[in-house]
Design a protein. Structure first.
Length: 235
């Protein structure tokens, strides 16, 4: 009984962390970066950051919260799914932790424009136009860092979906959805590096399949949790 209650608590906690990941990620992307970064216009982007420095910094902290929450999710999903297959569950956790590590390091690219556009005397040898261009360059690098992390995250989701499909604690349709989200992340990330002319189509794939799947998983964990009165299938 104690183990079953712990599994239910872990599931609901995972749901809370997943909601934090979704909300903080959406805030940083939709309300901060998309409103400040002007593609191809370094001067306008620099002006937006300078005029809204507090919001830009808040976006950085929001991303940091997202990464830390994802680390907690990696541990909780491992605990929930290790009865199915401990080794495979650990593999999923490692790929998710690798994703979080890439995202954490990638945040340096996000923060560098604040240093470049500040009042550092050590940058006096650069013109304002050069500093603006460098700032936009690092923000573009930050976006590609996201796509690198998407490869690790996609693999983690595929493995996670497989474990959920095999588990009797989760409905099989949820495992299929999570695996589909993983494949969509993989396709989108690899498309940005291999076929950049097709990124608009791959991004639609993420917005439809991946976002819907992750939101469904989050709500399922928050509302339903996991079934705790069934045996686990070992695979």
């Amino acid at each position: 009984m104690k183990t079953r209650n712990l599994a239910r608590i872990n599931a609901h906690t995972a749901g809370v962390l997943y909601m934090i990941v979704i909300l903080s990620g959406l805030f940083s992307e939709m309300f901060v970066r998309s409103g400040m970064i002007v593609p191809g216009d370094a001067n306008a982007t620099a002006a937006n950051i300078t005029e809204n420095e507090s919001l830009f910094r808040l976006g950085f902290v929001s991303d940091l919260v997202m990464v830390m929450s994802d680390v907690g999710l990696a541990v909780l999903f491992y605990l929930l799914l290790k009865p199915v297959n401990q080794g495979v569950s650990m593999l999923a956790a490692f790929f998710r932790l690798a994703q979080a590590s890439v995202l954490g390091i990638n945040l340096l690219h996000y923060y560098l424009p604040l240093l470049l556009l500040g009042d550092g005397n050590y940058l006096s040898g650069f013109s304002s136009e050069q500093l603006n261009s460098l700032s936009l360059f690092f923000l573009n690098a930050h976006s590609y860092g996201y796509h690198i992390s998407g490869v690790f995250f996609g693999i983690s989701c595929v493995i996670l979906g497989y474990l959920m499909y095999q588990s009797m604690s989760f409905p099989k349709w949820l495992g299929i959805l999570v695996a589909a989200a993983g494949f969509s992340y993989l396709i989108d990330s690899l498309t940005h590096f291999l076929l950049p002319e097709l990124t608009s189509q791959s991004e639609i794939l993420v917005l439809t399949i991946a976002v819907a799947s992750e939101l469904t998983l989050c709500l399922f964990l928050l509302i339903k949790g996991v079934k705790t009165n069934v045996p686990q299938a070992q695979v």
